[in-house]
Write a protein that binds this ligand. Structure first.
Ligand code: GLA
Length: 409
């Protein structure tokens, strides 16, 4: 009898460990990550000032939560194998830093790697997964970005499952951000493993370019966007496609930053800012804190948007939203303005994967321009607009009264 009880308890414990920590990312995670702007130049002062700026800029109130330190925070492992932060850059230690971030009403994230070394050559978690997860939990970590450098001989699915189980065993709710660049099709296996998975290699701070590092490449915003093709069916509440952290505020033109933010919102992508929050222009702050655009990204249905049409680099995208609303985003990829003319009566917009239909013949939708923040007519009239170069027109469609009166009985 005692043996059976033990067996049942063990089985219960194992199932509990194997569970991804549910309900942690029911909408795409929002936050900031150090890598895109600061690379290895991270220290506790930067992190504290970034937390301050996230509050002062209104970003926290707009929904941003996580402050994530990417690569290079690490010092050495001690004689028992416990990892410590770089004592010069983080003299107060990670627990104190996490406490500071938490006191601001924010959450704290950190970075490691499934291999023996991180991409920046710091100690990785291979063979130390459970020990590291315990350490992170003791520091108060809420989010782990887990990279894929130096993983020779490892299988991605298994390696990420190990860290998932280690995080679960730590007893602390920790978001697991899978960063293996889409190499092993994580969308096919990661739904119960992590909360988000990178779909591509690294983003590069340009609208439309490829940067060749020799042995690997990084990708402009348009290249990353195109690589999302076919992946939307895998995303949903708790498990998101991650087209990488944003480059908004890192040097592209304002209209390009706006289009970048709009498209990441249409993709239900994690909104992880990658700029210096302490020194933002007004334009950058307004882009990152546009609550109407964020509401499209954070919509509770969690359906990733899709490209509906593409004519001469003027793309029309749609995203079904809760309560029968829709988002529409018209993206002009060209470097000259383009005219849009969209006659609703000539289009049948259908989401065949999530089974939704935009019924403009039955329902008249009100249009709201979420960048201009003003009403913009209804679907009763052909939508006409000039879309500037490398920019978007982004609308929220809300159903109003029926287009036709019901016939009298
Ligand atoms: C990889 C990741 C990046 C960043 C660096 C850090 O390239 O894809 O996002 O974390 O490593 O070294």
């Amino acid at each position: 009898m005692r043996n059976i009880l033990c067996l049942l308890l063990c089985l219960f414990a194992l199932t509990a460990v194997a569970q991804k920590q549910k309900n942690l990312a029911l909408t795409p995670p929002m936050g900031w990550n150090s890598w895109n702007k600061f690379a290895c130049d991270v220290d506790e002062k930067l992190i504290r000032e970034t937390a301050d700026a996230m509050v002062a800029s209104g970003m926290r109130d707009a929904g941003y939560q996580y402050i994530v330190i990417d690569d290079c925070w690490h010092g050495e492992r001690d004689s028992l194998g416990f990892i410590h932060p770089d004592p010069k850059r983080f003299p107060s230690g990670m627990k104190a830093l996490a406490d500071y971030v938490h006191a601001k009403g924010l959450k704290f994230g950190i970075y490691s790697d499934a291999g023996w070394k991180t991409c920046g050559g710091r100690p990785g978690s291979r063979g130390r997964e459970f020990q590291d997860a315990q350490t992170y939990a003791s520091w108060g970590v809420d989010y782990l970005k887990y990279d894929w450098c130096n993983t020779e001989g490892l299988k991605a699915e298994g390696a990420y499952m190990t860290m998932r189980d280690a995080l679960a065993a730590s007893g602390r709710p920790i978001v697991l951000s899978i960063c293996e660049w889409g190499d092993n099709q994580p969308w096919e296996w990661a739904q119960d493993v992590g909360h988000l998975w990178r779909t591509t290699g690294d983003i590069y701070n340009c609208w439309d370019c490829v940067y060749d590092h020799g042995t690997w490449k990084s990708w402009g915003v348009m290249q990353i966007l195109d690589k999302q093709d076919g992946l939307r069916k895998y995303a949903g509440p708790g498990h998101w496609n991650d087209p990488d952290m944003m480059e908004v505020g890192n040097g592209m033109r304002t209209n390009e930053d706006r289009a970048h933010f709009a498209m990441w919102s249409m993709l239900a992508a994690p909104l992880i800012a990658g700029n210096d929050l302490r020194n933002m222009s007004r334009e950058t702050r307004e882009i990152l804190t546009n609550k109407e655009v964020i509401a499209i990204n954070q919509d509770s249905l969690g359906i990733q948007g899709f490209k509906y049409s593409d004519q001469d680099s003027l793309e029309v995208w749609f995203k079904p939203l809760a309560n029968g609303d829709w988002a529409m985003c018209v993206l002009n990829r060209k470097s000259t303005p383009q005219q849009l003319s969209f006659d609703w009566s000539k289009h049948a917009v259908t989401d065949t994967i999530f089974n939704r239909q935009l019924e403009t013949s039955q329902t008249r939708y009100k249009l709201r321009d979420v960048w201009a923040k003003k009403a913009s007519g209804t679907t009763a009239k052909t939508l006409k607009a000039e879309v500037p170069a490398h920019d978007v027109l982004m609308l929220r469609l809300s159903s109003s009264k029926p287009a036709k009166k019901a016939a009298k009985s």
